[in-house]
Design a protein around this ligand. Structure first.
Ligand SMILES: [Cu+2]
Length: 465
C-alpha cells in the first residue's frame, strides 16, 4: 500500500516537472530565468506570471541560494539538513521582499516594524532584549536532533566568504545581504551599535555595554549577559576590549559622508582616511578575541550590531547620493585595472543566488529602516545614554565598577591556545603588520590558519581607542 502511494506520488511529480519544463520551453526565447534576487521577487509577485512559472522560478531561485561547491574546510562539512535550513531562511527573505512589493503603495508598510533597526541602548530596552533572546534561541535550537545549532550554521556562512566579501568592493553589499538573512532567522530587528557614542567617553572600556545588561563582560571569557558561555570555533566566547584598534568616531564618519561616490569609500581605492571597511576593521580589533578573526567573528553576536551600524552609514551615504542626483543602484564600482582578486559582479560567495549587485538595489535597501542616531537632548530616550551639554553629543553611561568585568589574562591565554598572537608579541617584532595582513589571503594553506582583520593605519582617523 505504502509503496503504491510513493509510486503514484513520484509519477505525479515527474508529470508536473515535465509539464513545467515543457511549458517553459514553449515560451521560447521570451522567457528567461531571473538572474538576480530582484528579478526573482518581481516574477513571483507579478500577477501576470503564470503559476507554473512562479513555481519553477521559486525552486530555481531557492536552489541557487546555497553554495555547495566551495571547498572551505569549515563550510564543506555542511550537511543537507543544514543547507535546507539556510534555504528555508532565504525563503523568508524572498517572501518578505515580495510582501514589500505588494505594500509599496500603502502608507503603512507593515514590514518595517520587523526590520526597524535602532541603537542598542535606545528606548525601549525591550528592543535589545528581543534581539538577545532570539540570538539565544537560535544558539540553542539545533537543526536536527543532536545536530549543529542554527546560529552556528548561519555564523559559518561568513567564513565561506572571508576572501570574497572583504578587502574590496564586495564588502558593503555582501554584508547587507548577510544582515538581512540573519534578521530573517532571528525574526527581530538587529539593533545597531553606534560605537561613536562610546568613543565620546573618557574611557570607552567603562561603557555600560560591557555588562550583563547588554553585551556581557569585556575581558576574557564572556561569563555574564545573554551570550555567556557561548561555544565558538575558538573555544568559549572571549574578548579583550580596548587594547588595540579604534572605535568609530564622528570625524571618521563625517569623512565618509563627505564623499559622493562609492569608490571613494570602498577598498581598494578609497580616499585617504575614508575607507569604510578600514574604519570597521578598527572596531573588530578593538573588541578583539573572537571578533578579531575573520572566520570566527559572527560567533560573537556583537558582530551583527557592529555591522548594522556600518550598513546604516552606507544608508546615510546612499540617501545623500540620491539628494545629489547620483543613483546608488548604478553607482557601483568600476573594476580597477589593477585588481584581479575580486570580480564585482560575481555571485556572492556563500550567499549563492544573490549577486553582490543585489546588495546595491533599492529593493534590498527598502526592506530595512533605520531609527535616527541618538541625538541631544533626548538621546533616543535611553536610560543608558546622556547628553554631554558641552560637546552636544550623546555619550554612553559607565558601568558600575562593582560589576564583573572579566579577566584580561584569560583572553591572553585563549589567544595563545588558538595560535593568535597578542599585541605584546607583535610589538616585540615577532610578527609585523604585513605578516598579520597576509594571513588573510593565505588562510587556505594552513600557514596562517587565523586571519585577522586588516589593520592598515592609512584608513583610520586616529589610532587611539
Ligand atoms: Cu565580514
Amino acid at each position: 500500500m505504502c509503496k503504491l502511494y510513493v509510486y503514484v506520488v513520484t509519477l505525479f511529480l515527474t508529470y508536473v516537472s515535465c509539464r513545467t519544463t515543457n511549458n517553459l520551453y514553449k515560451q521560447g526565447p521570451s522567457f528567461s530565468f531571473p538572474k538576480t534576487f530582484a528579478e526573482c521577487t518581481d516574477m513571483i509577485v507579478n500577477p501576470s506570471t503564470p503559476k507554473y512559472v512562479v513555481q519553477a522560478v521559486q525552486s530555481r531561485c531557492l536552489d541557487g541560494f546555497i553554495s555547495v561547491d566551495h571547498t572551505h574546510r569549515w563550510a564543506r562539512n555542511m550537511t543537507r539538513d543544514e543547507q535546507n535550513y539556510i534555504k528555508s531562511v532565504f525563503r523568508k527573505v524572498i517572501n518578505d521582499a515580495a510582501q514589500l512589493n505588494k505594500l509599496r503603495h500603502k502608507r503603512d508598510v507593515g514590514l518595517f516594524p520587523r526590520r526597524l533597526r535602532r541603537e542598542v541602548r535606545a528606548a525601549p530596552y525591550q528592543h535589545w532584549q528581543n534581539y538577545a533572546r532570539n540570538v539565544r534561541r537560535l544558539k540553542y535550537e539545533t537543526i536536527t536532533h543532536n545536530g549543529r545549532s542554527k546560529y552556528d550554521v548561519l555564523a559559518d556562512i561568513h567564513s565561506i566568504a572571508v576572501i570574497n566579501a572583504h578587502d574590496g568592493p564586495n564588502f558593503l553589499p555582501w554584508h547587507r545581504l548577510y544582515l538581512i538573512l540573519m534578521e530573517s532567522a532571528l525574526g527581530t530587528p538587529i539593533p545597531y551599535w553606534e560605537s561613536t557614542i562610546d568613543y565620546e567617553m573618557e574611557d570607552p572600556v567603562q561603557s555600560i555595554l560591557w555588562t550583563a545588561k547588554y553585551f556581557g563582560n569585556g575581558y576574557g571569557m564572556v561569563k555574564t549577559g545573554p551570550f555567556a558561555n557561548f561555544d565558538t570555533p575558538l573555544g568559549k566566547l572571549f574578548r579583550n576590549i580596548g587594547s588595540d584598534g579604534a572605535l568609530f568616531n564622528k570625524p571618521g564618519v563625517n569623512m565618509l559622508l563627505s564623499k559622493f561616490r562609492l569608490q571613494q569609500i570602498s577598498e581598494p581605492m578609497a580616499d585617504m582616511q575614508a575607507s569604510v571597511e578600514g574604519q570597521h576593521n578598527g572596531v573588530h580589533i578593538w573588541v578583539d578575541g573572537v571578533m578579531n578573526n575573520l572566520e570566527s567573528s559572527p560567533h560573537d553576536p556583537i558582530f551583527f550590531c557592529h555591522h548594522a551600524f556600518v550598513d546604516f552609514i552606507w544608508e546615510l551615504f546612499r540617501k545623500q547620493q540620491i539628494t545629489r542626483g547620483i543613483d546608488p543602484a548604478t553607482d557601483t564600482f568600476e573594476q580597477p585595472a589593477n585588481v584581479t582578486f575580486q570580480d564585482i559582479t560575481e555571485v556572492a560567495v556563500g550567499l549563492r543566488g544573490y549577486y553582490n549587485n543585489d546588495g546595491y538595489s533599492y529593493k534590498i535597501a527598502n526592506m530595512v529602516k533605520y531609527d535616527p542616531q541618538p541625538h541631544c537632548p533626548t538621546c533616543a530616550g535611553s536610560q543608558d545614554l546622556y547628553c554631554d551639554e558641552r560637546k552636544r553629543v550623546c555619550v554612553s553611561s559607565r558601568r558600575d565598577p562593582r560589576e564583573f568585568a572579566g579577566q584580561p589574562e584569560e583572553a591572553m591565554e585563549m589567544a595563545m591556545n588558538n595560535g593568535m598572537m597578542n599585541n605584546e608579541m607583535m610589538n616585540n617584532g615577532m610578527m609585523n603588520n604585513e605578516m598579520r595582513n597576509n594571513g588573510m589571503r593565505n588562510n587556505n594553506q594552513n600557514t596562517r590558519p587565523f586571519p585577522f582583520y586588516n589593520r592598515d593605519m592609512r584608513v583610520r582617523m586616529d589610532s587611539v581607542h
